[in-house]
Design a binder for this molecule. Structure first.
Ligand SMILES: [Fe+2]
Length: 307
């Protein structure tokens, strides 16, 4: 595919320092200029000041300048023309104001993590205690997996990312959202219908379900108020999940075992309805997952971060 990876996101928040502390504790590594790195993929999160919390930029990688030119032509046909500058193409999604940057960039090669051994009926994969209970180090996400964006015009935003930039559709939540990919991951972007543009969550890959649980448990130890929803397993993408909340009100997710789509022909998008659009198993999602508590304030522009 022309698009091959989600490179990074930039988020805007009112109180940068507190939010930066949160993502450091979450397991990202602070770098210069507001950037944070993951273990496998370098600079993937940038935190910048903003009057209220929002997604500022999403950056995706393509293989060649020809891929950039093709995206530029598609955007122009869509009436959302971008600007080419060197090895990048910049365009804006009109309903959300999000800046999308397409960049000629090398593909991400992750060193495969060794499979976690799991015993099963009649199947002994390991002797002794499970690795998940022996690990003691802090959880460090391997890469940024996806970002979820609320849009007041689902159709226009979805068309911008698919018909314009070249994302592919993996699954649809009927009338409510579209799971889109710019890599072999099931989704790198979920666009959700919303009354106001906002960042719903970012999601970060960890090695396995134990790392999802260990990461969340560590974040909650002194801050139970950070808990949002988990542990569970999604239907779309199949990933294990646990959602937490940063000090600005954005959710951040640890995930593992996401579906991959290495060949488009091996995947048939589903139109999901009801609970399946949200999850396969787990505790019921809190109402604030679908309608974050600050949504009304974001709509009126009266949002101020609690301090
Ligand atoms: Fe997610």
């Amino acid at each position: 595919m022309a698009l091959h990876r989600l490179i990074s996101v930039t988020i805007g928040v009112p109180a940068v320092a507190r939010t930066a502390e949160y993502y450091t504790e979450f397991g990202l590594c602070p770098d210069t200029d507001g950037w944070f790195t993951t273990r496998d993929a370098g600079r993937q999160l940038r935190i910048v000041p903003a009057a209220s919390r929002r997604l500022v930029e999403i950056r995706v990688g393509v293989d060649t300048p020809d891929d950039l030119a093709a995206a530029s032509a598609r955007l122009e046909r869509l009436g959302a023309a971008g600007e080419m500058a060197g090895a990048t193409l910049t365009a804006y999604d009109r309903p959300t104001g999000v800046r999308a940057v397409v960049e000629v960039a090398p593909r991400l090669g992750q060193d495969p993590a060794p499979p976690t051994p799991y015993n099963g009926p009649g199947r002994v994969e390991r002797a002794g205690r499970a690795p998940g209970v022996l690990r003691t180090g802090p959880v460090r996400p391997r890469k940024l997996g996806h970002v979820v964006l609320g849009s007041p015009d689902l159709d226009v935003s979805t068309a911008f990312f698919t018909d314009g930039l070249g994302f592919k559709t993996s699954d649809i939540i009927k009338g409510a959202g579209a799971f889109l990919r710019c890599s072999t991951d099931h989704h790198n972007l979920l666009v959700l219908a919303a009354p106001v543009p906002y960042l719903h969550h970012t999601s970060w890959q960890v090695d396995d379900i134990d790392e999802v649980g260990r990461g969340a448990a560590a974040m909650l130890e002194d801050h139970p108020e950070r808990h949002v929803w988990g542990l569970g397993r999604h239907h779309a993408g199949s990933n294990f999940f646990w959602y937490l909340k940063d000090p600005a009100g954005n959710f951040s997710e640890y995930y593992s075992d996401l579906d991959c789509i290495p060949e488009d022909s091996l995947w048939t998008p589903e139109v999901l309805e009801g609970a399946k659009g949200l999850f396969n198993w787990g505790p019921p999602p809190p109402p604030s997952f679908l309608a974050p508590e600050d949504l009304a304030a974001l709509m009126t522009g009266a949002h101020t971060e609690s301090r």
